[in-house]
Design a protein. Sequence first.
Lengths: 333, 333
Amino acid sequence: MKKIINDPSTVVAESLRGLELAHSDLLTVVPEPAVVVRVDAPVRGKVAVVSGGGSGHEPMHGGLVGPGMLDAACPGPVFTSPTPDQVQAAIERVDGGAGVLLIVKNYTGDVLNFETAAELAQAEDVEVATIVIDDDVAVKDSLYTAGRRGVGGTVLLEKIVGAAAERGDDLAACVALAERVVAGVRSMGMALAAPTVPHVGEPSFDLGEDEMEVGIGIHGEPGRARLPVDNAEGIVARLLEPILEDLPFTEGDRVLLFTNSMGGTPLLELYLAHGIAERLLADRGIVVERRLVGPFVTSLEMQGMSLTLLRLDDELTELWDAPVRTAALRWGS
Amino acid sequence: MKKIINDPSTVVAESLRGLELAHSDLLTVVPEPAVVVRVDAPVRGKVAVVSGGGSGHEPMHGGLVGPGMLDAACPGPVFTSPTPDQVQAAIERVDGGAGVLLIVKNYTGDVLNFETAAELAQAEDVEVATIVIDDDVAVKDSLYTAGRRGVGGTVLLEKIVGAAAERGDDLAACVALAERVVAGVRSMGMALAAPTVPHVGEPSFDLGEDEMEVGIGIHGEPGRARLPVDNAEGIVARLLEPILEDLPFTEGDRVLLFTNSMGGTPLLELYLAHGIAERLLADRGIVVERRLVGPFVTSLEMQGMSLTLLRLDDELTELWDAPVRTAALRWGS
């Protein structure tokens, strides 16, 4: 295993220290249990938006903490759910009296631990609501889930709901909005090469020199099929088709297209793939109104990509465009 | 070779198409010879800032085109200099009557081709000045250079000079400022694993399972030493020491610390390394006033990192903080 680390058992804590030093204008890392919180939390009278999950998907979620997006992120160990007391600590730290919305990716451990934390907080009279995101069309049920997995759509959900909370929407309105986003977002990913989890020390899976895994999860979980490596046209079409069919997305739909690197796929390839996806969507009469291109929901250094489509309307577009200031996403402020 | 591409010979052109579609609010890609230009170029009365070089270092330079940074970028083939006519086309396209500043990384081919383009443009009465950046302390002379290589410091130079041009500095002032930045910036990089150039199809170099290359260039050129893989503490110290000694940077200096991923090193590791660099600098009494952390000067999917230090003063800090709006760097606007 070749990594720039000291000790697999302290990777996350050491990385969080660097994150805090790099972005002390935006966030603070509260230690034990580790929580990344907005530097000005709690924001009185604002719904607080909290997310989290296993580490190894950076910049999600710690790099998405800041005005217009998350109030707190709970980073678990690499590819491992955060604990209930971590989530509870986040809730206590950011609750500004208007309630707390938990954004949970649909993995069994995450759902359970966020739910436990929500109950503990509710017992202390904090108003808590939970939204589970399950945008991955690749597989129904998987290694770590009952039902579909939460993947790339999470970033879009966090941006849009974060903007709604920032403009003063109440908790019920934030929940309704989040449900609308979840209903309208779909993703699918693939990998060319596996990542290595630091405390495991070996690649998460074996792929032959001529193979790719289509429909892969963000923890290297198996997808739909192991296939011979295709060219970019073939790969993009294979990701896009099941997304379009699922919702379905049809002619005249306005969408946000998110072309995501799993980490090890460089921008040179990612923009190339993005261009293909734009063309295939234009051919269908689907209107790409907003884009996000880059490594935002990664799986350590896994080589691969995912596509996410979100159906837009005027309100979602306005919330997407609203100012945001985080380590990874920043505009308009 | 596993890559998300169609044909090695069209990778750059196809990638530029995706870049343009993703960021049509910021930039336009002029075809044949390919140049990435600000969507509102030429900006009348403003010094135009132009850079470029081989592709494969994304987001540098195309992702750095926009208000407050570059007016144009000339993307050569992967790891290959742009042609003189490409640079000349860029100059013609962005010249707003106040002169053009060329920012050139010190590689023999780049220096030659930018110089030829400058002479051609000057023959047509365009005022052109050139600044060569050579911030890499690893080696004096190398595979592709006489003298030191231009690496991570390029992004800092482009940001600061871009801000100066935006506020209305004339060409002579931009050149003087650029010289000040070049005099005060130093970098060094390392790699754990090699990238693969699409038209070559094989890794650029061989590294044993337990080896790292220290002082590596951004094209996989050999550095100072091939050594056993060290932990993060050792790696960061080994990059930082030669940088500090070279200028030298000493107690009380105010600096910008840029912790750069070469592409394949994920943010989890990069922030960890950044935290170590901050601590080592604090131990020396060097004051880190600004930071940049992320993959900005990459070498395709090469696993590795570099550190860059820039000595700051009030003016450089103000120019760093000035609004910028590009695909890769965006704040304050």
